[in-house]
Design a protein around this ligand. Structure first.
Ligand code: KIV
Ligand code: ZN
Length: 435
């Protein structure tokens, strides 16, 4: 049961509406410890990595990309400590990234020795500019690099049957690769690995640099799903970056277009403008009545822990979670919220129908006290709400109008936000005294 009604536009009688909706959550993979980490000014040390890993587990992530062990000694040591100190729950798969180069693949498997569950994620760039300018390879050579890497990875996996392995391939820069070539290379990789419907591989389709409107990416993912030889041998994953600021929309549309899985970071950390923000994605599902399977019911400690690990602040207007998102400064908003809260107390159902607040702050562990703040722009609604809720003083309408003028004068004089304690003090000092 959910208190959020899925949004339906009721006034489009000539349209089937909504055209599509996400009914079940995708698989989630958190890449904070790899893509997120490689974009930090001050990359995480072991302690910060471990704290973020533990947090991701606690939130409910079952697939976590923990590093790039063949490229970084810190990541290698971190993977070893996770395995040797038995820090990975049985139902969590750790994922590691490697380039499609033999010595790096060998080193990756060294890092993973003794793991219970692991995803080996290999990538090579498939986009034409990278083929021509960066690597100087033609299409067949590009396919050969991917196939050779896959064959070597299969050999390593076969040689270590004590680990439950999953294989993942990313055609890096998928969204700027010719689509028929993306299909051709993934078909070749899938055949080389020998994926089956019972034992599928993950194919991850990155928008490494987001450079088109999000519907375009979703169209590419949908086209890919239709044209790939064995769709049922694949778990199709998306990996949107946020260069145009539309990473969340891209991921949502891509899931509607057929993707099964989403890779991203908490609060949108990641290269340049970030990876897609998994908190917003999850909460968007939640407010449409679909439980995301991730627990953000106490968001503030999560946000503070991530700020510590990344050494980066979360924006105060970040959707659902920022410090300012459950505040209303304007009088008309405060008044409408107050009426909505009162109506909710009287209502017989549990639906959330409070104006201006898209969700109940309590659902992310935020308190009602923070909902209404008062400054010189506020009207009587917020002022009497705070007086009533926090100090048990209920003013009749005429007095409430008079008193709000007193508070506004105080706010104007001080030029800053007024706390409920200051409102109470103003009531005692400046109002009661004179009446
Ligand atoms: O953005 C990207 O293309 C990546 C790949 C390595 C998956 O992070
Ligand atoms: Zn990335």
């Amino acid at each position: 049961a959910t208190k959020y009604r899925p949004f339906v536009a009721v006034d489009l009688p000539d349209r089937q509406w909504p055209s599509r909706r996400i009914e079940t959550p995708p698989q989630w993979c958190a890449v904070d410890l790899r893509d997120g980490n490689q974009a930090l000014i001050d990359p995480m040390d072991q302690e910060r990595k471990q704290r973020l890993f533990d947090l991701l587990v606690k939130i409910g992530f079952k697939q976590i990309e923990v590093g790039f062990p063949s490229a970084s000694q810190t990541d290698f040591d971190f993977v070893r400590s996770l395995i040797e100190e038995d820090k990975v729950p049985d139902d969590v798969r750790i994922q590691v990234l490697t380039q499609a180069r033999p010595h790096l693949i060998d080193r990756t498997f060294e890092a993973l020795k003794g793991a219970k569950n692991a995803i080996v994620h290999v990538y090579n760039a498939t986009d034409p500019v990278f083929r021509r300018v960066v690597f100087n390879v033609d299409k067949p050579e590009c396919i050969q690099i991917a196939v050779d890497a896959t064959t070597l990875i299969r050999e390593h996996m076969t040689a270590a049957p004590e680990t439950h392995w999953t294989f993942q391939y990313s055609p890096e820069l998928f969204s700027t690769t010719e689509m028929d070539f993306a299909v051709e290379i993934v078909d070749a990789v899938e055949a080389a690995f020998g994926a089956t419907a019972e034992s599928p591989m993950i194919v991850n389709l990155p928008a490494t640099v987001e450079c088109a409107t999000p519907n375009n990416y979703a169209d590419q993912v949908e086209w890919f799903c239709r044209h790939i030889r064995h769709r049922d041998h694949l778990i199709v994953s998306v990996h949107p970056h946020n260069d145009r600021g539309t990473g969340v929309a891209a991921a949502e549309l891509a899931v509607m277009g057929g993707a099964d899985r989403v890779e991203g970071c908490l609060f949108g950390n990641g290269e340049r403008t970030g990876n897609v923000d998994l908190v917003t994605l999850a909460m968007n599902l939640y407010t449409q009545g679909v439980h995301p399977g991730l627990d953000f019911s106490n968001i503030t400690p999560i946000m503070r822990e991530v700020e510590y690990c990344n050494q980066l602040p979360v924006h105060p207007r970040h959707p659902y979670v920022g410090d300012l998102v459950f505040t209303a400064f304007s009088g008309s908003h405060q008044d409408a919220i107050k009426k909505g809260m009162a109506a909710r107390r009287e209502a017989e159902n549990d639906f959330w129908e409070v104006p201006y607040l898209p969700i109940d702050p309590l659902d992310v562990g935020r308190s009602y006290e923070a909902v209404i703040r008062v400054n010189s722009q506020s009207g009587k609604g917020g002022i009497s709400y705070l007086l009533e809720q926090e100090h048990g003083i209920e003013l009749p309408r005429r007095l409430s109008i008079e008193f709000s003028q007193v508070v506004q004068e105080v706010a104007d004089r001080l030029g800053k936000e007024i706390t409920s304690q200051m409102i109470y003090q103003a009531f005692v000092d400046e109002y009661l005294d004179q009446h």
